[in-house]
Design a protein around this ligand. Structure first.
Ligand SMILES: [Zn+2]
Length: 311
């Protein structure tokens, strides 16, 4: 009898071991799950601030929407058109500037208030001098006639594209390549990008839609307020602040006006334009005006006012 019990005990013991191992595993799994739950609740798993890549991804998802034929042709340049508003460095720069200058934040908020925005006519007589900014936008759905520039698939207003190509060719002769980085961008695309970022900010910073929209406007311009929506602007080579140290920038500062282009957004005119310095962003105003505007030292808005030109 004693032998049988002994035998039974011997048979039981490996099972006991497995149960113990299972129990330990259960505890480990429970601890890991609890850890994940805490992480989730403390928000650690919320994605990092948006990067250029994130915005492209979001936008690519949206491109399954029905598009106009003009917007379709722009799809080819989609990858390039992340533009000045979307780089992380600029966001930081923008925020720093706002903190440094007292009152700037208020004027910025007012600048981007949608209800105060004027709808401008992009087909007016002085079409090359049309101003869009935080208080002025083109009508929804406006699409200029478009042409590609310098043998690429990057588009600009057809009336402007030949001037860019001529400038590109002239620079090439001087050993400078003015790579068209980002040209025309459709109103609809601008709207999608802007709305996506607004919604992201509502969630990320727990803001009202209005406040999130104002914050988003410091990174992506609201639809119709970007010169890229007009087809009159080109971001050249890249959208890095360091572009101002490149030989391409130096060439542009010396020659762009000969082809009707001006540097649009400088640090000293940020209070007037509401836009951070953008050495890569060149705006067509026409050969007849570019040199005058450049020599005046005024930004486009100021120059038009000083010359009594309605815009
Ligand atoms: Zn630009």
């Amino acid at each position: 009898m004693a032998d049988i019990r002994k035998k039974k005990r011997k048979q039981k013991s490996p099972l006991d071991g497995i149960i113990k191992v299972l129990a330990v595993l259960c505890i480990i799994v429970a601890v890991v799950l609890a850890g994940l739950l805490v992480k989730e609740m403390t928000g650690e798993s919320i994605p990092e601030p948006e990067t250029r890549g994130d915005i492209i991804t979001t936008d690519n998802i949206s491109t399954t929407d029905a598009e106009t034929s003009a917007a379709l042709s722009e799809e080819t340049t989609e990858k390039e058109t992340t533009a000045e508003e979307t780089t992380q460095e600029e966001t930081t720069q923008e925020e720093t500037t706002q903190e440094e200058t007292t009152g700037e934040e208020t004027s910025q908020s007012m600048l981007w208030a949608e209800e105060d925005r004027i709808i401008v006519n992009p087909e007016q007589e002085n079409w090359s001098l049309v101003v869009v900014n935080g208080t002025r936008a083109i009508p929804e759905g406006y699409t200029p006639e478009l042409s590609s520039v310098a043998g690429t698939d990057v588009l600009m207003d057809s009336r402007v594209a030949p001037y860019y190509t001529a400038m590109y060719n002239a620079a090439k002769k001087d050993g400078i390549t003015l790579t068209p980085y980002s040209g025309y961008r459709s109103y609809d695309r601008q709207k999608r990008n802007y709305n996506n970022l607004t919604e992201e900010y509502m969630y990320k910073y727990n803001l009202s839609r209005e406040d999130a929209a104002i914050k988003a406007a410091t990174v992506i311009l609201p639809p119709g307020t970007s010169e890229h929506n007009l087809g009159l602007a080109m971001d050249i080579c890249n959208t890095y602040d360091s572009f101002k140290n490149q030989k391409e920038y130096k060439w542009l500062t010396e020659h762009a006006h000969e082809y009707g282009f001006i540097l649009r957004y400088t640090a000293e005119k940020q209070p007037q334009t509401g836009i951070i310095p953008e050495p890569w962003h060149w705006r067509f105003v026409g050969v007849e005006y570019a040199e005058q505007i450049k020599n005046s030292g005024l930004c486009l808005e100021e120059w038009l006012t000083a010359n009594g030109i309605a815009y």
